[in-house]
Design a protein around this ligand. Structure first.
Ligand SMILES: [Zn+2]
Length: 284
């Protein structure tokens, strides 16, 4: 009898344990799906609810294990692409991106080594100095004039290369006539004219009516140059509205070869060469 009672007690105890284990298991099973359901919904809320997002951000930054160094580089890197990097002014006379202005003079008696006669129309026939350009600029000019003709625009060269001695003679003539102070307002002092680099040329329409004159502005040829010159590596060197920076009045006819990449950048950002190199405005 005693053994029977004990057996019954043990059996009922075992049954109780089994029941308890069963219910605990069932409770766990009910909770597990609950957790898996609430977790995604929580994260979804966090993505869409700004309040939750800021909570998460706070949690992240407060969490000592989450190194704040991971976030900082992102913050410091963000402004970098928009900030324009400082480009050192190119003062190498032989470089196509050289800056030449009254503050940045060419070396005395600089003469380009690769001057050629570009095969394009000029408003004169003679094969003389002012018809020449450096090879790279000459080839770019030929391509540009060809492309213009496809668009029904007929350009002509007016004046390209000017040697140091020619610029000196020209400037001295103006000084004799008008005095130094006045002469330097409209003519470049020797060593400061872009024409001495062999990379600049004055262009006009094929009729030559407004050669190097204000009336060239607004002509179909001037508009075509504004829109297309950069594709061939040329910039309008003295743009309208930038007189205070370049020191020159608007010269829609004076184009300067700087290479396609730089020309496109300067054109897209509406810069002058002075602004690109972040140098002081030219005082004349
Ligand atoms: Zn010019």
């Amino acid at each position: 009898m005693k053994i029977g009672k004990l057996l019954l007690f043990v059996l009922s105890l075992a049954l109780l344990v089994i029941l308890v284990v069963y219910f605990v298991n069932q409770k766990d099973e009910q909770q597990t799906p609950d957790v898996s359901v609430t977790q995604p919904s929580d994260t979804k809320d966090n993505e869409t609810n700004p309040q939750n997002v800021s909570e998460i951000d706070e949690n992240l930054t407060n969490d000592p294990e989450n190194s704040s160094g991971e976030e900082e580089p992102i913050d410091t890197m963000e402004p970098t692409p928009s900030a324009s990097p400082t480009v050192e002014p190119d003062t190498d006379a032989k470089s196509v991106s050289v800056i030449v202005n009254p503050d940045y003079k060419l070396p005395d008696n600089y003469e380009p080594e690769d001057l050629v006669y570009p095969d394009v129309r000029f408003i004169f026939d003679e094969k003389i100095e002012k018809r020449m350009l450096r090879k790279e600029a000459a080839e770019a000019l030929e391509k540009m004039f060809e492309a213009a003709e496809v668009d029904g625009i007929y350009l002509a060269g007016v004046s390209a290369y000017r040697s140091h001695s020619t610029q000196t003679a020209l400037f001295n003539r103006y000084v004799e006539r008008d005095g130094y102070e006045k002469a330097k307002t409209y003519s470049a002092e020797p060593g400061t004219s872009e024409h001495e680099t062999g990379l600049a040329i004055d262009v006009t329409s094929s009729d030559g009516k407004c050669a190097a004159q204000d009336c060239f502005g607004g002509t179909v040829e001037a508009v075509w140059l504004e829109n297309n010159a950069a594709d061939y590596g040329f910039i309008i060197r003295y743009p309208n509205g930038k007189e205070e920076i370049t020191g020159y009045k608007y010269e829609p006819w004076h184009i300067r070869y700087v290479g396609v990449e730089l020309a496109k950048h300067i054109d897209e950002e509406a810069l002058t060469l002075e602004e690109y190199y972040n140098v002081s405005p030219v005082k004349r």
